[in-house]
Design a protein around this ligand. Structure first.
Ligand SMILES: *Cc1c(COP(=O)(O)O)cnc(C)c1O
Length: 371
């Protein structure tokens, strides 16, 4: 909490309207539409919900194929699996955990319906190449931009490339509402159906505008919209977004500067810097040389009261999906699963604490050397 969160929640309560699609929901949606030039934005209860809406809007049917990275959160796949899709997992890149754009085309078949990209750590995938592939093969492109709030590819906002894009405001993300998410609809042909799916399969939105006479059940859908209490909280965060972003990017850069020497010595690899795909300060990670070293480093940090954690387990090897996965070994995905370590990164983190964390990591490697 860093501003008007409770004030706006009180206002929502006082207004007597706390169900969804009210004043604060519209304020949030308008902010994103205007600031980032997104098509239409609809707040959802989570990014998972927004992904479920994507699977409905893409008309996923049994045995349709959906291409995505394996190194991602379960929801990216789950939403499509629930509609009967077969997931074609693709490896990550060598130099970062994003989907390897050069591995996509060979996985396209006549059954491929959607390509989902995930901008890991808020760092953009290679959108020039991926948009070109999607266009050439006439396949719908969806961005799981859960971590990519206020992030850019060649200065164009992430979330504006796909026909659809999803964001998360879960409390682990940059701007938050506890649970919360958003669907971005950039393809105008999908606007009206998205609204129907959002409102439990009814034409309620058009009805409120006086466009239709009857309020009816017209399509599939669910209760995807958040209450005004959630939107009120989110709106307060949005007001502070510039401050939050500046702070997080600053922390990210401090880590990078402090740990670069360990990278130069070959002990670790830091998250990369690429001016076309700048960080939005969502995650700072390092890559250890092997799994054993990561385990030892994490333990050493924990002994010093520093919580550094690994991230995803490849979805293609998960207990739920492994029997359905017939593809090959995904080597880079395995590497990130085994060797990636996230360092603490949150709004309140102090410079002193960053210095201590970096000092402790350095200590670990120099001590190790002497053994
Ligand atoms: C956080 C996250 C999600 C899920 O977001 P929720 O809002 O918790 O549903 C999905 N995909 C990615 C890549 C995420 O990081």
């Amino acid at each position: 909490m860093c501003g008007n969160e409770t004030k706006y929640i009180k206002e929502a309560v006082k207004s007597g309207k706390i169900s969804g699609n009210g004043y604060f929901t519209n304020k949030c949606q308008q902010y994103f539409e205007t600031k980032y030039n997104f098509g239409k934005c609809l707040l959802t209860s989570s990014c998972t919900d927004a992904l479920e809406m994507c699977a409905l809007l893409a008309n996923i049917e049994k045995d349709d194929e959906v291409i995505m990275p394996s190194y991602t959160f379960v929801s990216t796949a789950l939403a499509f699996v629930r509609r009967g899709a077969k997931i074609i997992f693709v490896d990550s890149k060598k130099n970062n955990p994003n989907i390897d754009e050069n591995e996509i085309e060979k996985n396209i078949t006549p059954k491929t319906k959607v390509i989902v990209v995930v901008h890991y750590a808020g760092v953009a995938c290679n959108m020039d190449k991926i948009c070109e592939i999607a266009k050439l093969h006439n396949i719908m492109l969806i961005e799981d931009a859960a971590q990519a709030f206020d992030s850019y590819y060649k200065e164009k906002p992430l979330g504006s490339f796909g026909s659809l894009a999803t964001f998360s405001f879960h409390e682990t993300k940059n701007i938050i509402s506890g649970e919360g998410g958003m669907l971005v609809i950039n393809d105008p042909k999908l606007y009206s159906r998205a609204e129907i799916i959002w409102e439990k399969g009814t034409n309620r939105a058009d009805f409120s505008r006086g466009f239709v006479k009857k309020y009816e059940w017209v399509d599939l859908g669910s209760s995807f919209l958040p209450s005004e209490l959630i939107s009120a909280f989110l709106y307060a965060q949005i007001e502070k977004a510039d401050i939050i972003q500046k702070k997080r990017i600053n922390i990210w850069e401090k880590y990078y500067k402090n740990l670069k020497r360990l990278e130069e010595k070959g002990f670790i690899k830091c998250a990369e810097i690429d001016k076309n795909c700048p960080t939005n300060g969502h995650i700072f990670y390092i890559i250890c040389r092997n799994n054993d070293e990561r385990t030892k480093l994490a333990k050493y940090l924990l002994d010093n009261n520093i919580l550094a954690v690994s991230h995803y387990l490849g979805l293609h090897k998960s207990p739920y999906y492994k029997n359905q996965y017939q593809g090959q070994k995904l080597e880079n995905c395995d590497k990130y699963e085994e060797c990636l370590l996230r360092l603490p990164l949150y709004y309140e983190l102090k410079t002193k604490e960053i210095d201590f964390i970096c000092k402790t990591i350095t200590e670990f490697y120099t001590k190790n050397l002497k053994v």
